[in-house]
Each structure stands twice: as C-alpha cells, then as structure tokens.
Design a protein around this ligand. Structure first.
Ligand SMILES: NC(=O)c1ccc[n+]([C@@H]2O[C@H](COP(=O)([O-])OP(=O)(O)OC[C@H]3O[C@@H](n4cnc5c(N)ncnc54)[C@H](OP(=O)(O)O)[C@@H]3O)[C@@H](O)[C@H]2O)c1
Length: 356
C-alpha cells in the first residue's frame, strides 16, 4: 500500500457513559509527524484491541514509574495513564519503521509499540521492541506472544502452578489471555475447563484449542453447569472477568486452590458498583478455612519471566502444541466498534484491526 501524505488518527471525543462505542471517537486528519533525534516514525500495520481500554477512556490513573524502571514498568505507566479528551486513543500496535533517527531501529523494521489508534506515529522507543515475523505472523506479537500471552504465562507459572490431574478453570477462555492460560495448564498435565459466552465459542474451545470441556456463561443454569463440568472441584481458577462468573467458580474452589486474578473484564464498563448482598464474610471464611491463594497481579511486574516465555511459547506454537485464534477487522475506522465487540464478549479470539 502506498504511504498516505496525511495522518489519520482516532481521538477521544467524549468519555463513555457505559458501553464504549464509535460515538466516543472522532477521526481527524493531520500532517504526518516527523521524528526527532532518538525517535522513529512508524506506519501502523496492526492495532491490538483490549478490554482495559474501557478504563483508559474513563481518564487517567496515577502512574508509578521509578527512575531506572525497566521497559515493562515504563509500559505499565503508559497503559494506566489513560487518555485525555482530544488526544489520540491509546493502545498497543505493530508498525513498520518508515524513518529512523534511533541507532537501534532501521527503516523496514517491524516494531511493537504503544502508539495508539493512528496511521502514523512518532515513537520514542522507550517501551518498544523489534519483532520478527519470519516464522510466526506479526499480529501474534500483539496476542499470544505479546502482553496478553505473557499475562497468561505469569498467571499460570507464578500463581496458578497447575499440577498433573488437577482441574483448572479459565474465564474468558477464548481470548488471548484465557486461551493461552488454558493450554499452558494442559501442557502441565491438568484437566482444563473453559468458560465463554455462547455455544459456538464453547465448541471452539474444545475442538480447536484442546480444552477438555467448556461451559457457556450465558446459560440460565450456568453455576450448575460449571459444577457438573468440575466433579472434583476447582484447583486453579484463572480469573479474567469477575462478577457472576467469579461467584460460580468461588463456590467450587478446593482446599489449597490458587486464583490468579488477571483482570475483571465484566466490571470495566460499570459506572457504579451494583448494590448486591455483601459476601465479604463468606469470602474471608472460605479463604481461611480452605487455605486459598487469591492473588491479583500485573504482568508488568514480572519482566524476569519474559525471556523464558519467549523461548518456550514460540516453540510450542511452531510444533503445534499451542494454538491461537484471531478476530480481525479491517481499517482504522473499525477500531471503536472492535472495542465494543470485545467489551460485550462478541470477539472470538484476539481482537485485531488491520490498518495498513
Ligand atoms: N493483569 C495484567 O497485567 C493483564 C494484562 C493484560 C490483560 N489482562 C486482563 O486479562 C483479561 C482478558 O484479556 P483479553 O485481552 O484476553 O480479553 P478478551 O478475552 O479478548 O476479551 C474479554 C472477554 O471478557 C469476557 N467478558 C466481557 N464482558 C463480560 C461480562 N460482562 N461478564 C463476563 N465475561 C465478560 C468476554 O468473553 P466471553 O464472552 O467469551 O466470556 C470477552 O471476550 C482482561 O480482564 C484483561 O484486562 C490483565
């Protein structure tokens, strides 16, 4: 595709009231920016669409980076910095270098950068890295080999630690975090049960991703169906969504169960906390009596696992032990709707926008 002479960007036009959608964004055209010394100009190829973006649209949170922070901690600050009204929508992307004033990046390199919803972006290279798309196609570096994949890896390796024969349950199991989390548990010898919305996704989990069984969270009898799928209880529950799914899984946790809390996607679009019965006492009692480990985590604190992750997972993809699904939509303008799709659970696999 020939380069454009102008840059198109999607900027945040309003804060979302509940569901985030196209009405919250405005497409603007500007001159293509020019890099300064130490920067590169990227032409965006792919955008990653992720649930946390609903939080980013609500505004900024306090950033925490200390001097000397590593690349992932700096990236963490960009994730939680949120988006100002009128600013380009944030998010991870893959771009091709079209101009470089940085010694480590050359024209033509493919780069994973936090460069947002725009066709061209100047990047300071502080949180970016070159990727190699020879053996595994470029968009995988935003999903199974990117931050979502590392999130699954950290949660399973450092907190879930599934053992042979254990029952591992994963919510949002068809997404990039959940699908890898499940397959890692399978490689560790566990029995894996996926939770997803709709019978088609559940079927896909079993047929194409190797889950032992899957339960449709939209089924009116979901909690009972989950109990049926886990006759020996749950040893590891990988939490991606929270809400009603959490309480159904909580009821089935075995003694010494581990719960990596990766995210709470069902809560990101809530404007206020629902008034429901306070179950704190029940939770604390079971936490103590059953010796549960429930641990929230952010992938950015675990840079030490990144090199093992990048050694093991690409090999498993190449030898067919790990599979991944992608949900691709076309063109920058499709990004807002793609986000709404993720937040309503209508994505089937890693949501990506092909831009160039
Ligand atoms: N801790 C970290 O450092 C870190 C880093 C990256 C991502 N994350 C978290 O990991 C989780 C998964 O991310 P992902 O990129 O793999 O997302 P994803 O699975 O592609 O998309 C989110 C999924 O959440 C489910 N969902 C949405 N609304 C829901 C609701 N109201 N109730 C129950 N489920 C709902 C949907 O799946 P179904 O409809 O099929 O259930 C949806 O597809 C998210 O919570 C994300 O924030 C954490």
């Amino acid at each position: 595709m020939s380069p454009r002479s102008r840059n198109r960007r999607l900027v945040l036009a309003s804060r979302p009231s509940r569901l985030c959608g196209p009405e919250n964004f405005q497409l603007v055209e500007e001159d293509i920016p020019q890099p300064r010394s130490g920067e590169i100009l990227l032409q965006t190829q792919w955008l990653s669409i992720e649930p946390y973006m609903a939080l980013a649209m609500k505004g900024s949170m306090k950033t925490t980076t200390q001097p000397g922070a590593d690349r992932l901690l700096k990236l963490c600050d960009r994730y939680i910095a949120g988006v100002e009204l009128g600013a380009v929508m944030c998010g991870p992307a893959i771009g091709r270098v079209v101009k470089s004033l940085h010694p480590e990046f050359a024209e033509g390199d493919l780069v994973a950068a936090y460069s947002g919803w725009q066709e061209y972006a100047v990047d300071d290279c502080q949180t970016s890295r070159k990727i190699c798309a020879d053996a595994i196609p470029a968009p995988a570096w935003l999903g199974v080999l990117g931050i979502p994949g590392l999130t699954a890896y950290v949660g399973m390796r450092r907190i879930g630690c599934p053992q042979p024969g254990e029952t591992v349950v994963i919510s949002a199991a068809m997404g990039p975090v959940g699908s890898l989390a499940g397959q890692l548990a399978k490689i560790a010898g566990a029995r894996i049960v996926g939770i997803a919305s709709g019978d088609d996704k559940c079927h896909g989990l079993v047929e194409s991703l190797g889950f032992d069984t899957a339960v449709n969270r939209l089924h009116p009898d979901f909690a009972r169906q989950l109990a049926k799928a886990c006759p020996n209880g749950i040893d590891v529950y990988f939490e991606n969504v929270g809400g009603a799914v959490w309480w159904a899984a909580f009821a089935l946790l075995n003694t010494f169960a581990r719960v990596p809390v990766s995210g709470l996607a069902s809560q990101y679009t809530q404007t206020h906390r629902p008034t429901s019965p306070d179950r704190t006492a029940e939770l604390m009692e079971k936490l103590q009596l059953r010796r549960l480990t429930i641990r929230g985590y952010a992938v950015f604190d675990h840079a030490d696992l990144e090199s093992t992750f990048l050694r093991e997972v690409p090999d498993w993809i190449r030898d067919g032990r790990i599979h991944y699904r992608e949900h691709i939509v076309e063109g920058l303008e499709a990004a807002p709707l793609a986000l709404a799709t993720v937040l309503s659970g209508r994505n089937v696999g890693k949501m990506l926008v092909r831009v160039a």
